[in-house]
Design a protein around this ligand. Sequence first.
Ligand code: URA
Length: 337
Amino acid sequence: MRVELQAVVDELKRWRDAGQESVYLQPGTLEAIQAKVAEIRAAASPDTLPENQRREVEPAFQAKHGPTPTRRPRIKQDAELIKNFIKEAEKSPGSAPAKKKVAKKAVQKGQGLPPGVKEIPAPTEFELPGGDKQTQWDWLRDKVLSDEVCNEHLRPTKKVVFGVGNLDADIFFCGEAPGEDEEIQGEPFVGKAGQLLDKIIGAMGVKREQTYIGNIMNWRPEHDKPFGNRAPVEAEINYCLPYLIGQLEIVKPKVIVALGLTAANGLLGYDPERRMGKVRGQWLEFSGVPLIITYHPSYLLRNQTNHSKRLVWEDMLLAMEKVGLPISDKQRGFFKG
Ligand code: URA
């Protein structure tokens, strides 16, 4: 159960980091989780508890104060809920989250990578060769695909992922990192999130092949869970960033659309305090290229509300306007009302 609980916590953290500020819980779900956490905590010996939690299971405390009051479960559909929930799970002594905290402390001086993951060196410096766009792109692709650091972080049989698309594209979509499908196929956005991105691009009246699609990261960040993805740490982002910049220099798009907070952090500089709600929907700039940040398609897959779709669509309308794509009344009206 601890493994499952840890997986839930990790996923919630990812959502929070991606800008999600609320979750919908079916009636009873939170109570069930809290009951499980309480069970794990109660099963732990008092000695394994941190000082400030021992009283909850100490008979002397209970004799004096009576049974430990069970907290009334709260169901709040706001950021507090995620925060509290994560805190709850992390309090569970001896559980995976508690161990993870220790591990985190141990690597705090380092790069914040999970245990066992090789440290990331400083990024490679390079200059694009002369020649036309295709020549430059082929050179850079070869360089990235044969990059030692990218390759040593791959799981066996998996692939380094480089950008794809039209080298004269007006719109450059920049994602986060390859996921499971992408590391198998060696192409960005080919899994579920990619299918949704294709739909969004289609709704803009454009084909995927007319755009350019890249990622901040060229490999899928390793983690020790049997499923899911890990958000890249700053050192990983910094290592891959020059390769993304190289692609931007070659394509010279009119607009960059950053998909998700990791992409935003890569392009604007890492800021753990950055929140999607604050940065989306407005024109920013990267190296003189207009930049719009929007929610990642994976976020939309988890939040299939009209509101989320509308926000992303509003950002796409801005991008369309910027590159001079025609916008019909029907397109303007998508998700309205
Ligand atoms: N998510 C991303 O950010 N990039 C991909 O290539 C796939 C999923």
